[in-house]
Design a protein around this ligand. Structure first.
Ligand code: AMP
Ligand code: MG
Length: 287
């Protein structure tokens, strides 16, 4: 399956997450081999990311947004985990601190944008300011209304100034599967810490979030910073989809390893003997 083509939100298109199937898995063809396919996709991802790090011309920003329990943390672990930590960083965004709230909404975000050669992954992002801020009326409508344009302009700045490719993933889980995952967490001592009252309270706003996502995706999916809607009821499909879309984007960058800075032949001649042993002090040992 071409995950990029299948799941991209074409710029200018209508989005109706209510009509989206979070259980979609492309007929499950890949399910039997999902582990091997994911391992292969991660290896490819890691190789491409290290090439981007060496090339030092491009950067990549991956935005993870989604409904609670859709799997933002899971994607970080199972997909981003394939990258070399040197040159890749994950940044989570929580409720803004007093200092952050006293600035414009992009202030805390911009400092985590990726440097040349780097990948930055946002676990939640500036989109919270048109999602939770809208759903819970944290700011008046006229404030969140103007943020879509500001976001598009800011994302263009990253692309124009720093060669940043931006991929935005909206992780969609069904309301039933979300409840099932909450219940699972209740029974799993390793994940009980993840449950909060807020999760259950947010569920009451499920449909408001769908509306907020619809508008955010419609207004901010652009050619240089597209959104992808990822069906997440099947974790294996979610992971494969994200891994392949990121790998496809890295492949499209036409990355190059930097040219060697020395004359390789000369270095070989000077420092390595015919059998590949190091020559003392760069000079042939006299025996
Ligand atoms: P978690 O990602 O589960 O640790 O939760 C982080 C919480 O921070 C979520 O409830 C988010 O909605 C909230 N949050 C993140 N960014 C913002 C923001 N800009 N304004 C308000 N709440 C936010
Ligand atoms: Mg949470």
């Amino acid at each position: 399956m071409n995950y990029t083509k299948k799941l991209i939100v074409a710029p200018g298109s209508k989005v109706r997450l209510r009509e989206f199937d979070p259980a979609f898995h492309g007929k499950g063809a890949a399910e039997q081999n999902a582990d091997e396919e994911l391992a292969a996709a991660k290896a490819r991802l890691g190789e491409l990311q290290r090439k981007m790090y060496g090339d030092n011309q491009h950067s990549l920003l991956i935005v993870l947004q989604g409904l609670d329990a859709a799997g933002k943390d899971g994607v970080c672990w199972h997909v981003i985990g394939g990258m070399d930590p040197q040159g890749c960083k994950v940044q989570g965004f929580k409720v803004p601190t007093a200092a952050e709230a006293a600035h414009d909404f992009l202030w805390r975000i911009h400092q985590h944008a990726p440097a040349k050669g780097e990948v930055a992954v946002f676990n939640r992002s500036h989109y919270e300011d048109v999602l939770v801020a809208r759903v819970h009326k944290l700011v008046p409508r006229k404030v969140w209304e103007r943020r879509y344009d500001l976001i598009n302009e800011w994302e263009r700045l990253l692309q124009v100034e720093n060669g940043t490719t931006i991929l935005k993933f909206c992780l969609v889980v069904s309301k039933e599967e979300q409840l099932r995952r909450f219940a699972e967490r209740l029974d799993d001592p390793h994940r009980q810490w993840k449950i909060s009252d807020a999760d259950y309270k947010e569920r009451e706003f499920f449909s408001d979030y769908l509306d907020a996502f619809d508008e955010a995706l419609e207004r901010t999916s652009t050619a240089q910073a597209p959104w992808f809607t990822i069906p997440c009821d099947h974790k294996w499909f979610r992971n494969l989809a994200v891994a392949n879309i990121v790998a496809e984007a890295l492949e499209a960058m036409d990355l190059q390893y930097p040219k060697p800075t020395v004359n390789l032949e000369q270095v070989r001649r000077e420092y390595h003997s015919a059998v590949g042993e190091e020559k003392a002090g760069g000079k042939r040992k006299k025996d």
